[in-house]
Design a protein around this ligand. Structure first.
Ligand code: T5A
Length: 214
């Protein structure tokens, strides 16, 4: 089977949802379908400038407090840099992209979590991204208490991970709401044992490939 047209697949979810495992499963499934030319991205990040922005966002220097709007604009600066210099050229060259987070994170974290003004967010998104969006998003749904427990086993929590449970519950609620409204977002139950999560991702992606790869 030959796949000439690249697609953009994104993995989303709260901290500790298991995005790393999911990305490996997506890679394996794509390889099983003879899709080998894959570019992996993460957001914020994926270019030198975007990685520098990631460091600034996660751990602001000298403990300076980052305003919610500055944070939002930094995510978009990193995203558009990645889209224009990495994602679009790769798609044009027929490669597949597997992204660790994309704009749905902004809608959930800055829109739901930080409760930034909906009109401001909508206009910003339209101006920066226009109609660019992933072909498929797999949203790994997890109770934030479980996700944060998993994430904390890895080491010290960063600035965002130290937010309250209420903040993460708002993010989860927004993720679920947006997933329900958009057929290109598929929700995966990330609270299952890891092998079941992998099996569900493999099944969902295999079905999607049957209908969407050209
Ligand atoms: N952000 C990002 C915004 O606010 N707005 C935005 O627009 C964007 C793009 C990015 C931060 O920035 C925020 C969100 C984030 O706070 P990040 O490092 O990309 O930071 O994202 P994190 O969510 O912090 O990454 P994590 O590494 O915490 O999450 P993962 O990748 O989902 O977690 P993972 O795969 O490492 O798994 C965590 C642990 O759980 C285990 C794994 O083995 C691992 O130890 N695990 C399971 N355990 C039991 N059962 C399962 N099913 C398991 N699956 C995994």
């Amino acid at each position: 089977m030959t796949h000439m047209v690249g697609k953009f697949i994104v993995i989303e979810g709260l901290e500790g949802a298991g995005k790393t495992t999911a990305i490996n499963t997506v890679k394996q499934t794509l390889n099983n379908h003879h899709i080998e030319d894959i570019v992996f991205t993460r957001e914020p990040g994926g270019t030198t400038i975007a990685e520098a922005l990631r460091d600034l966002i996660k751990n602001p220097p000298n403990g300076e407090s980052l305003t919610d709007k500055a944070e939002l604009l930094m995510f978009y600066a990193a995203r558009i840099q990645l889209i224009e210099t990495v994602i679009k050229p790769a798609l044009k060259a027929g490669k597949w992209i597997v992204g660790d987070r994309h704009d749905l994170s902004t809608q959930a974290y800055q829109g739901g979590g930080r409760q930034l003004d909906a009109d401001f967010m909508r206009i910003l998104k339209e101006q920066v991204l226009a109609d660019f969006k992933p072909d498929l998003t797999l949203y790994l749904d997890i109770d934030p208490e479980i996700g944060l427990m998993r994430a904390s086993r890895r080491g010290a929590l960063d600035r965002i991970e130290q937010e309250s449970l209420t903040f993460f519950n708002r993010i989860r609620e927004r993720y679920l709401q947006l997933a329900a409204e958009d057929p290109t977002i598929i929700t995966i139950d990330a609270m299952q044992p890891v092998n079941e999560v992998k099996a569900q991702i493999t099944q969902v992606l295999t079905e999607w490939l049957l209908h969407n790869s050209a």
